[in-house]
Design a binder for this molecule. Structure first.
Ligand code: SF4
Length: 336
């Protein structure tokens, strides 16, 4: 039994703490450790399950694929590589993973960090050195944001490397929150209903770009990155300002998540259930040719009814998505 509380203990006593206190402290730290271990085990399972589910839902990885995993040195791409390596070991199909980092020659880039880490994980890797930093600095006027040209150059460089390495797929570490942010940015500032697809054809038409972390929340990636102590390379080396609009939208999403738990999941689910006949894009639905059918349509518009919405479910994405996708058997083959 604990006979002292720490508050009751004088400094002398504390130095010579009684045995019971030692035992109780040990028990406490053991309990805390095991709780933490349980949480991390659950987190690992969730990351594998959601990644496996996204891979299955969008048929991202197939037998014989050679996947170039883009690793920047940030938490998202380290986590993606880590989870893909775990899935590779248990997946029902055989595929290769090759980690690629683009060293853009930003001042102070710690070039030894990624090679050391990748060697320690025994992952085949390639570091592509291209001084896009100097080009961007030369071309973009002082005070203007460099990100758009920098990303275009990076994209071109990565496609070239993928071809040289014989990779047919390119994996990027964007997650659920990136996808929602992009959706809101397009909605608020771009005037388009458009987001970041989980799978797309590269603009030169030769590769399939995949985002295996599409269902994973940023919070989970942050927690996993801290747990694994990945050697993070700061993303501020270029000295460019953060995209203010993206930052604002990110803050908005975080606030909503705190105030209305479940809203982010509901919004994300909405991206998987577009209803073209209830939007206004004549390219997606033939409004001009719409004719009466004489048949009742359960999904038809209740034109004069007020829309009613059930409250946003306060559940994790896996719950909402799991119900929506119904692909658990295939997913389990990847993640269990
Ligand atoms: S933050 Fe820097 S490295 Fe990243 S896209 Fe912008 S200019 Fe390029």
């Amino acid at each position: 039994m604990l006979t002292h509380s720490i508050a009751d203990t004088t400094s002398a006593e504390f130095l010579e703490a009684p045995k019971e206190l030692d035992i109780a402290t040990d028990r406490y730290s053991h309990a805390a450790r095991t709780k933490h271990e349980r949480e991390m085990h659950k987190l690992e399972k969730r990351l594998c399950r959601l990644t496996g589910q996204a891979i299955v839902d969008f048929n991202m990885i197939e037998e014989g694929d050679r996947v170039m995993v883009c690793v920047s040195g940030g938490k998202d791409s380290y986590s993606m590589l880590d989870i893909l390596l775990k899935l590779q070991a248990r997946a029902p199909v055989r595929f290769e993973l090759i980690a690629v980092n683009l060293d853009q020659k930003q001042p102070g880039f710690p070039e030894h960090i990624l090679p050391e880490y990748l060697k320690s994980r025994a992952v085949p890797f390639h570091i592509e050195e291209q001084d896009t930093y100097s080009i961007v600095k030369r071309v973009v006027k002082e005070g203007k944001t460099m990100c758009s040209l920098c990303s275009r150059l990076r994209r071109g460089a990565l496609y070239k490397v993928a071809s040289e390495l014989g990779c047919n797929k390119i994996a990027l570490g964007h997650h659920r929150d990136d996808i929602l942010q992009t959706f809101l940015l397009n909605l608020f500032f771009g005037g388009r209903l458009k987001s970041m697809p989980p799978k797309l054809l590269s603009d030169e038409g030769n590769h399939i770009v995949i985002r295996p972390m599409a269902y994973v929340s940023e919070t989970d990636l942050q927690a996993w990155s801290e747990e694994q102590a990945f050697p993070i390379i700061p993303c501020t080396l270029c000295g460019s300002q953060e995209n203010l609009q993206r930052k604002q939208v990110g803050n908005l999403l975080r606030q909503w998540d705190q105030q209305f738990p479940g809203r982010i999941n509901t919004m994300f689910s909405a991206l998987t259930k577009a209803v073209p006949s209830h939007l206004l894009d004549p390219n997606l639905f033939d409004f001009k040719g719409l004719q009466t059918t004489g048949q009742a349509d359960a999904d038809g518009d209740k034109a004069f009814d007020e829309e009613r919405f059930s409250p946003a479910p306060a559940v994790h994405a896996s719950g909402v998505l799991g119900e929506l996708m119904g692909n658990s058997a295939k997913r389990n083959a990847w993640s269990d």
